[in-house]
Design a protein around this ligand. Structure first.
Ligand code: ATP
Length: 362
């Protein structure tokens, strides 16, 4: 078992520039389940790495409690937490062979030689490193080096693996390959994995659940499907999905109609109960680019400002209610900039947010 609980965790640092203190993580409360692949995602500086380092014990929280397997670990030394951390720079020993790199930690722990050999053989086999054991790190590719860094964590057989942007030094193709390997590895090892990334595609493909953070605060914890379909606030809505969700100010005419400039759009039946409280008020309407469809019978006529062909799909940029809006359409529909086209907003896929609180409505 390896559950991790954050209970009101806060981390502040002395702010050298402004004086006073800077809050890197603000009252974070959540539970990571046994054997879960949990991903922290958010923009640079949002507190992801600090959260991970507090799990490892490399950083001490300013307030709150951390439990691993139900045991309070606030004062437990990092090496006694049974956790392995894989960093983005791999931190391999350049003068040692791959085999020595893999076995080094175990030797230090005075583990019996035959057991070390067994663990190194197991890790190198599942990572495809068994033919490379005599080489030095400089004789490996970036992806192979990354696997060695993983291998060093695996041989320790820890309760929890912590990953801090482990793929960020790899090129795009290798990153996709390693992403698949990591997902497979998780299934094979059956371990709890906590993974930090700023890349939402990595988060969405790897995470069973995702913690979205911004400015030290947990914004939402949910499955990838839930984050996409029901983002709890405008930050999550804009962060998850590419291109990002379109936001258009709207006026609620009635529970079944929104007005955006000259356009009137119908509120789906199952959302009307939530919209009722906002009649005669402004709200923020959100719609993902893939939910604005080219449709000769569509009620929304717009002039295309820019057309980008990306192969499998196209991006159309147009103005709508004085906002710049993007639509993502199938690759075979070629349109010229300047053309006027008809589109349909899939209203059953709409998102509405409170203008002031930025929280989801319904
Ligand atoms: P990135 O994706 O850029 O690594 P992150 O989300 O992992 O970002 P953290 O490294 O957790 O962010 O940092 C959160 C905030 O805390 C940042 O503003 C950072 O500058 C600040 N911070 C982190 N460590 C320290 C420290 N030792 N002293 C002062 N401030 C720190």
């Amino acid at each position: 078992m390896a559950t991790i609980v954050f209970e009101g965790i806060t981390k502040t640092f002395a702010d050298a520039k402004k004086g006073g203190i800077f809050t890197a993580v603000d009252e974070a409360t959540f539970e990571i389940k046994d054997k879960e692949f949990l991903v922290f995602v958010g923009p640079s500086g949002c507190g992801k790495t600090t959260s991970l380092r507090m799990i490892a014990g490399l950083e001490k929280q300013t307030g709150g409690n951390i439990y691993i397997d139900g045991q309070l670990v606030n004062h437990v030394h990092p090496k006694d937490r049974d956790i392995a951390m894989v960093f983005q720079d791999y931190a391999l020993y350049p003068h040692m062979s791959i085999e020595q790199n893999l076995s080094f930690g175990l030797k230090n722990m005075k583990i019996e030689k035959s057991i070390i050999e067994e663990k190194v053989a197991y890790a190198s086999k599942i990572l495809g490193l068994d033919q490379l054991l005599d080489r030095k790190p400089r004789e490996l590719s970036g992806g192979q080096r990354q696997r060695v860094a993983l291998g060093r964590a695996i041989v320790r057989d820890p309760k929890v693996f912590l990953f801090d942007e482990p793929l960020s030094n790899l090129d795009a193709k290798l990153r996709v390959q390693m992403r698949i390997e990591l997902a497979e590895l998780h299934q094979r090892l059956g371990a709890t994995i906590v993974y930090v990334t700023h890349d939402q595609v990595e988060a969405m493909t790897l995470g069973e659940r995702i913690v979205v953070m911004n400015e030290g605060k947990v914004q939402q914890i949910a499955s990838p499907q839930e984050l996409y379909a029901r983002p709890q606030n405008m930050f999550v809505a804009g962060f998850i999905g590419s291109p990002a969700m379109n936001f258009i100010p709207a006026y609620v005419l009635s529970e079944n109609q929104l007005q955006m400039g000259d356009y009137l759009l119908d509120v789906p039946l199952d959302r009307q109960d939530y919209v009722r409280a906002y009649v005669n008020r402004q709200v923020m309407f959100g719609i993902r680019p893939e939910h604005i469809l080219l449709d000769p019978k569509g009620s929304v006529e717009v002039k295309v400002n820019v057309f980008e062909h990306l192969g499998a799909e196209n991006l159309l940029y147009f103005s709508f209610n004085e906002q710049s809006v993007i639509s993502k359409t199938a690759g075979e529909n070629f349109i010229k900039a300047g053309e006027t086209i008809a589109m349909t907003f899939q209203m059953e896929k709409m998102h509405l947010f409170d203008i002031e609180t930025k929280q989801r409505i319904g």
